[in-house]
Design a protein around this ligand. Structure first.
Ligand code: KIV
Ligand code: ZN
Length: 521
């Protein structure tokens, strides 16, 4: 495997599609798993554990497809220490360019006695045979001692020694039930590495569950004590309290190199994209205060924090949002926000207010913040629009629209827009466009008809009454000429509501431009 000679290189082994998928409610379709695997390859994960092929035909097929379609990372498949599992893993992995069989058996007394009904000698024999069998098929074999951290360390050392002799190339020491602590886990790695691999030919691996909230700390400690592979999942999804969150370990290594002097191949700028994809396909939302990928991870609300951030980001930011693929830290505005935070947001939205206008809008903002707990960019933009816009003599109005869309055709939209100009006859513009979906076709057609260049920054549909014929409200945010405008449209037809919302935002722009012309700005 590449970089194996580099003793400081840490391999990232992603088990989102295997251990992560075992979490209640997180089942993904085969297409979704393949999409996640492609994204993991873009993140430059070293090894993707694609599934447990013998467990079901669905699992087998997903591992086979990922092996066929995803290149870059090593593709791994899980197998218990029995022939049927190992053969199934081998078959599913056949199309993969780089492959690994990951075989495991429990080594703790409680698991051996009550779950397997086997003696330590029998378990030892099964482990050695399994590794030998897997080596008949592939050169890259990982052995995991399930429930390692509750196993007798003398027995664990013997079994690790024996499976290395049998041909295992990676040894995984799972904290299966999230029971261990950093000091204890460190002792496991110190002992196993020094007693079974004094020459450093084997990759030792940490695999932690988060039952006590210690998974990231334990994984990082393992790296400080000889481990060179971390098994983790995106967003920390997994059985019970989940697995180690990949994004936490990688960002700890990146942010504190003096404590974790390791190299990795990870492209951290792909973290947010991967996190959002996994959350979307698994249906598991990310808690807002989740480290690295939570919605609030880079948000600063209190006035003191916002003021500090504006003066120097290092005051409250230990890593940049850009380093994980976010565009910028979100200044959430609320009643604690000071003038500095507010005026920064005004600038960010592209508005230039004089001192008087700024003060007036800030007072309105405080009023609103008293009523609403948290204010979003959109709320501030609406306040600013009210402050700066005048009723315009020039505006666009929807005359009609047609949409054709379906699962076997390219979505197409045609629109007719009237441009009403006071004192003159209105002009009529038409536009037709295609898009990825009916709304994107519609927005492109309107953009063409109005002749304006816009960038969609916000789009949201909300039902505003009950029942099948409920009214839907579309909120559309557009960046036009470097300024952001928000519009609203309502209709029982959400496509029509969207068109109206789009034109409302365009009209806010037109009104602002007319005001500037009138004011001679
Ligand atoms: O937690 C665990 O022990 C596992 C093994 C199968 C590696 O997931
Ligand atoms: Zn696990």
């Amino acid at each position: 495997m590449k970089n194996r000679k580099n003793k400081d290189y840490v391999y990232f082994f992603d088990t989102t599609l295997r251990d992560g998928e075992q979490c209640p409610g997180a089942s993904m379709t085969e297409d979704e798993k393949v999409a996640v695997a492609h994204q993991l390859a873009a993140l430059k994960i070293d090894i993707i554990e694609a599934g447990f092929p013998v467990s079901s035909p669905v699992q087998f097929s997903a591992v086979e497809r990922i092996s066929k379609e995803v290149s870059g990372p090593v593709i791994a498949a899980l197998a218990r220490a029995v022939r049927g599992d190992i053969e199934s893993a081998h078959k599913a992995l056949l199309p993969a360019k780089k492959k690994r069989i990951h075989t495991f058996i429990a080594t703790s007394e409680i698991h051996m006695k009550h779950k397997l009904g086997k003696t330590p000698a029998e378990v030892m024999k099964m482990a050695v045979n399994a590794v030998k069998m897997a080596r008949e098929f592939v050169a890259d074999v990982e052995f995991s001692a399930e429930d390692a951290t509750r196993s007798d360390l003398v027995f664990l050392t013997e079994i690790v020694h024996a499976v290395i002799e049998a041909g295992a190339t990676t040894i995984n020491i799972p904290d299966t039930v999230g029971y261990t602590t950093p000091k204890e886990y460190a002792h496991f790695f110190d002992t196993l590495v020094s007693k079974t691999d004094p020459d450093g030919n084997i990759i030792f691996s940490a695999h932690c569950h988060n039952d006590l909230g210690l998974a990231t700390a334990n994984s990082l400690t393992a790296l400080q004590h000889g481990a060179r592979q971390v098994e983790s999942t995106i967003n920390g999804i997994g059985e019970r309290a989940g697995n180690t969150a990949m994004e936490e370990v990688i960002m700890a290594i990146k942010t504190r190199p003096e404590n974790f002097p390791f190299q990795t191949g990870i492209n951290t700028r792909q973290i947010m994209k991967t996190s959002r994809l996994v959350s979307h396909v698994s249906g598991l939302p990310v808690q807002p205060n989740k480290a690295i990928v939570g919605a609030n991870a880079f948000a600063h609300e209190s006035g003191i924090h916002q003021d500090g951030m504006i003066k120097n980001r290092l005051t409250y930011e230990i890593m940049t949002p850009e380093s994980v693929g976010l565009e910028g830290s979100r200044l959430v505005l609320g009643r604690h926000s000071g003038r500095a935070g507010f005026s920064e947001k005004v600038k960010e939205l592209g508005y230039k207010l004089n001192k008087e206008e700024m003060e007036k809008t800030y007072q309105k903002f405080l009023d609103l913040a008293d009523r609403k707990k948290e204010l979003y960019e959109e709320d501030v933009a609406v306040l600013l629009q009210d402050e700066t816009a005048v009723s315009s003599d020039d505006m666009f109005k929807l005359a009609y629209f047609h949409i054709s869309s379906g699962s076997t055709m390219i979505p197409t939209a045609t629109v007719k827009i009237e441009n009403l100009k006071k004192g003159t006859e209105s002009e009529v513009h038409q536009g037709a466009e295609t898009g990825d979906g009916p709304i994107s076709a519609l927005f492109r057609a309107i953009e063409k008809a109005t002749g304006l260049e816009t960038r969609l920054v916000h789009y949201q549909i909300t039902p505003i009454s009950d029942g099948k014929d409920a009214l839907g409200e579309a909120r559309v945010g557009l960046r036009i000429d470097n300024q952001i405008y928000y519009g609203k449209g309502t209709s029982t037809d959400i496509v029509e509501a969207s068109a109206r919302g789009f034109l409302d935002a365009v009209n806010k722009h037109v009104a602002t431009v007319s005001k500037k012309i009138k004011d001679g700005v």
